[in-house]
Design a protein around this ligand. Structure first.
Ligand code: T46
Length: 181
């Protein structure tokens, strides 16, 4: 497992060790002891999520106030451009975003600690995203940040208007968003 720091302190890109032979390949997609030892992250994961989205979908930018979720993401089919936005009031990187391509091919994983909004754009025909969270979903705590907020200026690799949910169509701008203290 190789750990890469990013432009946003706390956000990590993880590349698993892949064992290939003439049958195909094997890799440990998650090993709690190894994850904790190599990243130093001690958060506990309590929920696994999986979503499938077609080309051009943007899911996000989502976060929970009061019950922030850390997320460990990977793509098991297709490819996405995955984005985290720092919403921690007082952070040196507040309002800044980090994006990375996650795909079934590159097998990269992304660790996003609590305190960030998260979203992704599907750049393949379809994408299957699986991720662990460090707290449960609490519907009343869910918030949406506008994917195309000019204040964020996220360089989404989209060729046209994305397919988004009604919830995301009504998302909040950063200037009006509830933040993490
Ligand atoms: C997130 C979630 C959703 N749901 C139900 C609620 C809805 O009936 C349905 C779809 O929910 P939603 O449209 O909020 O799904 P996404 O737009 O993929 O939301 C996720 O997208 C971004 C990328 C995230 O990082 C979050 O994990 C999450 O907000 O699944 C559940 O039952 N449990 C859950 O944990």
């Amino acid at each position: 497992m190789h750990i890469h720091t990013t432009s946003l302190p706390g956000i990590l890109v993880i590349e698993p060790e892949v064992f290939s032979d003439d049958r195909g390949h094997f890799f440990e997609s998650f090993n709690l002891r190894h994850f904790r030892e190599t990243t130093g992250v001690q958060d506990e994961f309590v929920q696994d999520n999986q979503s499938r989205s077609r080309h051009g979908v943007v899911r996000g930018l989502h976060y929970q106030v009061g019950r922030p979720q850390g997320k460990l993401l990977r793509v098991v089919g297709g490819e996405v451009f995955d984005v985290a936005v720092d919403l921690r009031r007082g952070s040196d990187t507040f309002g800044r975003w980090y994006g990375v391509v996650l795909s079934a091919y590159n097998r990269r994983q992304l660790w996003i600690p609590p305190g960030f909004a998260h979203g992704f754009a599907v750049t393949s025909g379809a994408a299957e995203v699986v991720y662990k969270t460090t707290d449960y979903r609490v519907p009343d705590c869910e918030r949406s940040l506008r994917w195309n907020d000019p204040a964020l200026d996220i360089a989404w690799p989209l060729s046209g208007a994305p397919v988004i949910s009604d919830k995301d169509r009504e998302a909040t701008l950063l200037a009006d968003a509830e933040l993490y203290s």
